[in-house]
Design a protein around this ligand. Structure first.
Ligand SMILES: Cc1cc2nc3c(=O)[nH]c(=O)nc-3n(C[C@H](O)[C@H](O)[C@H](O)COP(=O)(O)OP(=O)(O)OC[C@H]3O[C@@H](n4cnc5c(N)ncnc54)[C@H](O)[C@@H]3O)c2cc1C
Length: 538
């Protein structure tokens, strides 16, 4: 009999397990894949190549987790991404942005003196707001809505805690002072009008706007995208706030370090085992049934799978209250992201910096391929009607430009995060069209670096359907559920149930389906463990 069985060894499941085991709980993790890490993995796809198949950069990981799990002792190391971004252009100067404010201003001044002056103020504004909101990442969101008892009956203890948390949030927001209206716009509004107010040069706005659409099926002109902008300047795992980094050995090195730390704390991890059902007697869990038919007895279950998988696949229909089931069925999983991993024999040689195939600044950051604000909007328009973008928006990173452990000498990995590739297609299916779409993406890169298509040695194309099949992400949504304002904080996963508990006693959520959502952050797992511990050993 376990105290807790965790469904899924995503990084959040590993964090949650570690926290529980440290308090003397008997914990088992069951992972359906053959390796731990969920969407935070490194896989040896081709001889000599180690690829971060899904997530590829780190920033959001809580420093508390790094220390508590002693991740450095287990081999976790971050290589800073410097510069942070490179935007090549076909004619005229390109844009290189990094941690040095003065250099950024010089770069931006190539396009607009006004923008060069504005940039430090814009960054300071984002940082101030992010710093005030960041403590909320580690909170269990308070229930702020007057939902009736028929929705959820809440005891006095929780009401008291919620009042205290709401007060802490209020105090934190107070630090925003006169920027509160700006913060509200960032939390709920669209990225583009904000960028339009700050800046005039399209290349800068487009470079910043791509951060606002990562993982969302929205254009930068749509409400909700500004929050994604903010989400990306949170965290300091890359060395400083908003600085993103590469994990040495690929993202899986982080998950491996977490798994080693969890094992040392006493956690048992089984991979290659899929949970088919959460067993329930009355309104209380009693255990789990695996796809092999084996049953495992446990006093509590924490699910690292998303809300659709947990509540609509693993719990028999009709078990949960009707209003809860309906709320879960309304969760938005819309997605238009695709990942293409490519092994190449040489680095991209950009026409704007010709003759450079040795690692240089243009290869070390995130490379924005071919985006103007209008192109991003038009790329979305195609997808809105069910077709992959004619001119896809591509974020390319080359981890091998900073990490020599990932590929044979002289060879490299191109990691392409591509939008918009709608999960729901109007015509055809992803298995039929994905290779053609990947060709289109490589051709798009060739506009800026013509040597790329001929340098391809191997490639892996992960359509939204593949992301769903491989990583268990419903609809291919990379965040285990979209992150518009109505699916954040106390509304995530559904209103009234943002404290990691569920209507079934002993069943919890511990993954990014819960607050604070997607990204390699660990906060969902850590917060969930705190609530499990609060409820006490079952
Ligand atoms: C293509 C892509 C690129 C991304 N890029 C970045 C990035 O660069 N930086 C960043 O911070 N974030 C990025 N993200 C988001 C980030 O990777 C995720 O938000 C994060 O990894 C989610 O972690 P998790 O532990 O909550 O869940 P997951 O990683 O989704 O883990 C859930 C686990 O549960 C397992 N599981 C599900 N059902 C069952 C079952 N029935 N039985 C047993 N096991 C089960 C799954 O196999 C999986 O291992 C990216 C995501 C994707 C897909």
């Amino acid at each position: 009999m376990y105290d807790c069985v965790i469904i899924g060894a995503g990084h959040n499941g590993l964090v949650c397990a570690h926290q529980l085991a440290k308090q003397g709980w008997k914990v088992l993790i069951l992972e359906r894949r053959d390796l731990v890490g969920g969407a935070c993995v490194t896989e040896a796809l081709w001889p000599g190549f180690k690829v971060s198949t899904a997530s590829y950069l780190i920033s959001l990981l809580l420093p508390e987790i790094e220390q508590e799990m002693e991740l450095a002792r287990f081999g976790y190391r971050v290589l800073p991404r410097n510069p942070s971004s490179f935007t090549p252009v076909l004619e005229g100067p390109s844009l290189l942005l990094g941690p040095d404010l003065k250099q950024n201003q010089e770069q931006i001044a190539q396009f607009s003196r006004h923008d060069a002056e504005q940039f430090p103020r814009y960054e300071a504004m984002l940082e101030q707001i992010a710093a005030c909101l960041e403590p909320a990442l580690m909170q269990t969101p308070p229930d702020l809505l007057p939902l009736p008892d028929s929705w959820r009956s809440v005891g006095f203890g929780k009401k008291l805690r919620d009042t205290k948390t709401a007060w802490q949030l209020h105090r934190s927001l107070k630090r925003l002072g006169e920027t509160i209206p700006e913060a509200i716009e960032l939390l709920t509004g669209a990225a583009l009008p904000i960028l339009d107010r700050w800046f005039e040069s399209d290349i800068l706005k487009a470079a910043l706007a791509t951060d606002a659409i990562i993982g969302t099926f929205q254009p930068p002109s749509a409400p909700g995208t500004a929050y994604v902008l903010l989400h990306h300047v949170m965290g300091s795992a890359g060395g400083a706030r908003g600085v993103w980094g590469y994990v040495e050995g690929g993202m899986g090195a982080l998950s491996q370090a977490m798994a080693a730390s969890a094992r040392e704390a006493g956690v048992e991890i089984r991979t290659g085992v899929s949970v088919d059902e959460i067993l329930i007697n009355g309104q209380q869990t009693t255990g789990l049934r695996l796809s092999t038919g084996e049953t495992i007895a446990t006093r509590s279950v924490a699910s690292n799978a998303d809300a659709h998988v947990t509540f609509e696949k693993l719990i028999p229909a009709g078990t949960l209250p009707q209003n809860f089931e309906t709320a879960v069925s309304r969760i938005d999983y819309s997605s238009a992201s695709m990942k293409i991993n490519v092994a190449v024999s040489e680095l991209p040689d950009f026409t704007c910096l010709p003759g450079n195939t040795e690692p240089g600044p243009q290869h070390r950051g995130t490379i924005h391929i071919g985006a103007t604000c209008e192109e991003i909007e038009r790329a979305y328009d195609d997808a809105k009607y069910g077709s992959p973008s004619q001119k896809p928006i591509i974020e390319m990173t080359i981890p091998t430009a900073v990490d020599s452990t990932l590929a044979p000498p002289g060879q490299h990995i191109l990691s392409l995060f591509v939008q918009y590739a709608p999960y729901q297609l109007k015509d055809g299916n992803w298995d039929e069209i994905k290779e053609d779409f990947a060709d289109r993406c490589l051709q798009r890169i060739a506009d800026f670096a013509p040597n790329v298509p001929a340098s391809v040695l191997h490639r892996q194309v992960l359509s939204p359907l593949d992301l769903e099949r491989t990583f268990g992400l419903t609809g291919g949504n990379i965040f285990q559920g979209a992150m518009p304002a109505h699916q954040l904080y106390n509304l995530r996963p559904v209103p009234g149930w943002s404290d990691y508990r569920t209507p079934i006693k002993g069943v919890y959520l511990c993954g990014s389906a819960a607050h604070p959502g997607g990204g390699v952050m660990g906060a969902c797992g850590r917060n969930a463990a705190r609530e499990l511990l609060r409820d006490g050993k079952p």
